[in-house]
Write a protein that binds this ligand. Structure first.
Ligand code: GLY
Length: 369
């Protein structure tokens, strides 16, 4: 088992990465479970895979699992479900010192975390992430949120979990496309801050995706360790360090918006393309070599992820894409703070990126290849 501490004054917790954790909850959670009744929030897809295992694990330890099963999908992160979840937790008589389990991907983790942040001004929760993306990113670091009509993740809170159990066995049941999309966030840690880990990802991506046990543990544990370091340094994203985790997200968000935030382009796929675009745009500005930008593109493409926006067949032009960035709340007088690269492993926040220049670059990209 890999155990990664997330060091935060007064609120430190562990992320444990191993097989079989979901079948071993009484031991893993120990004193965090202080009552017989254990509230678990999940979606119907994940319940279909894991409910029996978790029921057996908890009842075997003398506990009584209590389930709230929501519909799957991004639309679950809604005001309606937040109200439903909070009302359910109140009906279950959850108290501030209790722990609620969030079993699932990022949607369930974000919604449950936010409900726990506001229930009685904050109760405990345990993240049980079942997707690769949730294991390496969203379950760690305490960002919780729902979506509103105005946009994604606009209402939320920082609320750290008390424990994260990343069961590698959960990855075995993920659809291949989702696994690959999660791997984009793994590569991201290498591209933003660790060239050796990037090289490892480029060489071992196929092993991770095909199910090699050791490769999966290494990929998840290294990613979590990278995120834990960043979160410990800048928990509330105030110094710029945590913002580095958004590498690829400005381009990626524009692509997701243009393709309708749906199955046409998954979030991880948009991040993969966004990283390639950030690398190429950095090379165009003379910040990094064309060879490094090509190396990032090759690693993304070898992992089975999209690396050319022309292949998305979106139509439109660079300005249409850049327009999705125009309403970013960080925009200032025609420029947008933008994560760029001085090399692989050397991301930084550029403050002088003009949207017109980004639009011209995107025009080239839409026509190329
Ligand atoms: N997913 C980005 C962050 O946690 O800051």
């Amino acid at each position: 088992m890999a155990v990664i501490p997330v060091e935060l004054a007064g609120r430190s917790y562990e992320v444990r990465v191993d097989d079989g954790l979901l079948a071993d909850l009484p031991t893993q959670c120990g004193a965090l479970l202080r009552k017989k009744s254990v509230p678990i929030i999940t979606d119907s897809n994940v319940a279909g895979q894991w409910r029996d295992t978790i029921d057996a694990s908890l009842t075997g330890g003398g506990f009584e699992p209590r389930w709230l099963v929501l519909d799957p999908g991004e639309s679950a992160k809604s005001w309606t479900n937040l109200e439903r979840t909070v009302d359910w937790l109140l009906a279950e008589e959850v108290e501030r010192g209790d722990h609620v389990m969030a079993l699932g991907g990022g949607v369930i983790g974000d919604l449950t975390g936010f409900a726990c942040a506001i229930l009685k001004r904050g109760c405990g929760f345990i993240q049980l992430p079942t997707s690769l993306l949730a294991q390496v990113d969203s379950s760690v670091g305490g960002k919780t949120a729902i979506n509103t009509a105005a946009g994604k993740n606009l209402v939320g809170a920082f609320h750290q979990p008390s424990l994260v159990l990343a069961d590698l066995g959960a990855l075995d049941t993920l659809p291949l496309r989702e696994l690959r999309a999660g791997f984009a966030e793994v590569i991201k840690y290498g591209v933003l801050g660790d060239r050796d880990f990037f090289n490892w990802c480029a060489a071992n991506g196929a092993a991770v995706i095909e199910g090699n046990r050791q490769a999966r543990e290494y990929a998840v544990a290294q990613s979590v360790a990278a995120k834990a370091r960043i979160v410990a340094e800048d928990e509330r994203e105030t110094t710029g360090t945590r913002a580095l985790l958004n590498l690829g997200h400005t381009f990626g968000h524009a692509l997701e918006a243009e393709t309708g935030f749906g199955s046409r382009l998954l979030h991880g796929e948009a991040v993969a393309l966004g990283m390639v675009l950030a690398a190429r745009y950095s090379a165009r500005r003379g910040l990094m070599s064309d060879a490094d930008a090509a190396t990032v593109t090759e690693a993304v493409s070898k992992a089975g992820l999209p690396s050319e926006i022309a292949a998305l067949d979106m139509g439109g032009d660079g300005m249409k894409l850049a327009d999705h960035m125009r309403h970013d709340k960080k925009m200032d007088a025609g420029t947008l703070p933008f994560l760029l690269l001085r090399g692989i492993g050397q991301a930084f926040m550029a403050m002088d990126v003009a949207l017109d220049d980004v639009a011209a670059f995107l025009d080239d990209q839409l026509q190329a290849h």
